[in-house]
Design a binder for this molecule. Structure first.
Ligand code: ADP
Length: 261
């Protein structure tokens, strides 16, 4: 796997070629194309819209951060954007706060608007990684329009995680309120229990990581988001299942890189 300096070189190189180089370096096995449309992307299409898809706790955010470093394209996380609005206490934040605390999806027009604005930023011109969007049929249709108008190619990575594993990950999750680093009581404990390794701050439980809210979030995923897999499969989008249950994040990352070449 390459470091940040090599990733910087991607700016001067064709993105598709760079991804192929990177994937060759990673050791990848065991990946299943699902979309039925397994062709190499059009080499003329330089804009990659990588959609990270999966239930809460499947590791979308972790994978997005690894991909950002390697591909030098931005992560667009609707959850992070919404939390930022809540933190600022602005009009959008006020509108969505209660829903987020309850683990319910916020209105499509709110997230569609945020994503449209974000995609217009110059750093998204070469490609981007969508984390937590789209989550409903209406969002998926809006996104199709945005991608078509840019000539961007969508590749959906479906992170598949066992239900019990998801519960264990979410209930054990702790976060540093200062730097945002995520820990897990079982899988990634901090050196001193309850304290951030980097900041020394007391770790907190995200409000929507309480057990009753976790149930709501998983329910929203099953009812509103999971059916999009069928939507993407039917419209011929490249869509891949990646087992994200049993292997460490770096191994999952290697698989993703190989798939998007
Ligand atoms: P997770 O994937 O772990 O549930 P996120 O950080 O992606 O966490 O989302 C947190 C909350 O933000 C969601 O429960 C929902 O209320 C809201 N949210 C994020 N993205 C969307 C979206 N695309 N559509 C509607 N609501 C969203």
């Amino acid at each position: 796997m390459r470091g940040a300096s090599a990733a910087g070189a991607a700016h001067s190189k064709d993105l598709g070629v760079e991804i192929q180089d990177l994937a060759r370096e990673s050791q990848v096995t065991n990946s299943e194309p699902l979309g039925g449309n397994n062709q190499i992307p059009n080499p003329k299409s330089q804009i990659l819209a990588l959609i990270l898809f999966g239930p809460p706790g499947s590791g979308k955010g972790t994978q997005a951060k690894l991909l950002v470093k390697t591909l030098s394209i931005p992560q667009i996380s609707t959850g992070d954007m919404l939390r930022e609005h809540v933190r600022k206490g602005n009009a959008v934040g006020t509108k969505v706060e209660a829903k987020m605390k309850a683990g319910i999806l916020v209105k499509d027009e709110v997230v569609n608007g945020l994503v449209a604005e974000r995609l217009a930023q110059p750093d998204a011109a070469r490609g981007f990684i969508l984390d937590g969007y789209p989550r409903t049929r209406a969002q998926a249709e809006t996104l199709c329009g945005m991608l078509n108008s840019r000539g961007a190619e969508a590749v959906v990575i479906h992170l598949v995680v066992d239900y019990n594993e998801v519960i264990a990950r979410l209930t054990g999750r702790r976060q540093c309120p200062v730097c945002g680093t995520l820990y897990n009581l079982k899988f990634k404990p901090s050196k001193v229990p309850g304290v951030c390794d980097l900041e020394g701050a007391a770790l907190i439980i995200r409000e929507d990581d309480r057990e009753e809210v976790i149930r709501e979030r998983l329910d929203a995923y099953a009812k509103q988001t999971e059916p999009l897999i069928e939507f993407y499969r039917q419209n011929g989008t490249r869509l891949y299942d990646v087992d994200a249950s049993s292997e460490p994040p770096e191994a999952v990352f290697g698989k993703i890189l190989a798939l998007i070449q």
